[in-house]
Write a protein that binds this ligand. Structure first.
Ligand code: ADE
Ligand code: ZN
Length: 333
């Protein structure tokens, strides 16, 4: 199965570029930018990645981002992720970035966006991997701050395909961001949101009905609500599940309890993704291998997960057909 998974052409739809910051690059950038890290070695960093919940992780993740200062840093981060993804046969990826994590530290949005987009262009030329970028609002901050971020992004809006919503979920419900999502929609952005990772099924309902999302990030807690599962199926809503992340953040106790297979059986458009691969122990291959072993997934299941990802991705019909053709070739082999 391992070799089959490694060879499968893949699509990633839930990846935080800041979450792909490997400890080795963190140290390199800290040195380059004269920043003190609270760790003395790569091993010590990895040992700190033992999280009880989402907030434990976010505290460490935002601290790690402080080494990212210059356009070149964002370029190096993005290029390293795209190279790794291409090596794992990822054909296409849709990357989140959190502008406010950087603008709050005095870094210009343009610096961040330029570094990411230049790396995306170079990686397309060097490795053939295509990518899109999703501008994600931090939900622990105010809606006014999200609106200011959206406005700052408008002069370069062709660089971003969608807006997203991430960070601390419980206590920061979708309705807090209803206005900024409406504005983003009017500006032509597609819309996604993290919901039902730690928060209740109601946050998923509200993401559908109030934020009018085009795709749902995580969505695990939909399993608590039969009517919601029917609604997601009826809408053909994509769900970007993240198995290793869910285990690391204790969203599931054991991967054997992960809902992805049950979701497939119910006809939901479930997909498998890495979320923050540098923090959660693996990229796309490691996620697919771990969940396949835990749930005894078949080649047919793997095909379904990837054809779902192609279908609910934000690329045009030609690119979808091209990727489906590659996946069909793998299926027949
Ligand atoms: N930011 C980065 N990864 C995240 C996750 N899994 N949930 C919420 N916010 C995040
Ligand atoms: Zn995420």
């Amino acid at each position: 199965m391992r070799e089959l998974i490694e060879k499968m052409p893949k699509v990633e739809l839930h990846l935080h570029i800041e979450g792909s910051l490997e400890p080795e690059l963190m140290f390199q950038l800290a040195k380059r930018n004269n920043i003190d890290l609270p760790y003395s070695s790569v091993e010590e960093v990895r040992a700190a990645y033992d999280f009880g919940n989402l907030q434990d992780f976010l505290d460490i993740y935002y601290a790690g981002c402080k080494v990212l200062i210059h356009e070149q840093d964002f370029y190096d981060l993005t290029y390293a992720y795209l190279k790794k993804a291409a090596e794992q046969n990822v054909m296409h990826t849709e990357m989140f970035f959190d502008p406010q994590t950087h603008t709050e530290r005095g870094i210009e949005l343009e610096t961040v966006a330029k570094g990411i987009c230049k790396a995306a262009k170079a990686a397309k030329e060097d490795f053939g991997i295509s990518s899109l970028t999703i501008l994600s609002f931090l939900r622990h901050l105010s809606e006014e701050a999200a609106i200011a971020t959206l406005k700052a992004a408008l002069p370069m809006k062709d660089k971003f395909i969608a807006v997203g919503l991430d960070s601390s979920e419980v206590g920061n419900p979708p309705q807090k961001f209803q206005k900024v999502y409406q504005m983003a929609g009017e500006e032509g952005f597609l819309k996604v949101a993290h919901a039902g990772e730690e928060g209740p099924a109601q946050y998923i309902w509200d993401s559908l009905n109030l934020l009018k999302i085009d795709r749902l990030d995580h969505g695990n807690r939909a399993m608590d609500d039969e009517d919601l599962l029917k609604e997601l199926k009826q809408r053909k809503m994509g769900l970007t599940l993240c198995p290793l992340s869910n285990r690391k953040l204790q969203v599931v106790k054991d991967l054997k309890d992960h809902p992805v297979k049950k979701m497939l059986n119910k006809g939901l458009k479930a997909t498998v993704n890495s979320d923050d691969p540098a923090y959660f122990g693996g990229y796309m291959n490691e996620n697919f291998i771990a969940i396949t072993e835990a749930l005894n997934l078949s080649k047919r299941d793997l095909f379904q997960l990837t054809s779902n990802a192609i279908e609910v991705s934000f690329v045009n019909a030609d690119r979808k057909a091209d990727m489906m053709h590659k996946l069909n070739k793998w299926m027949k082999a």
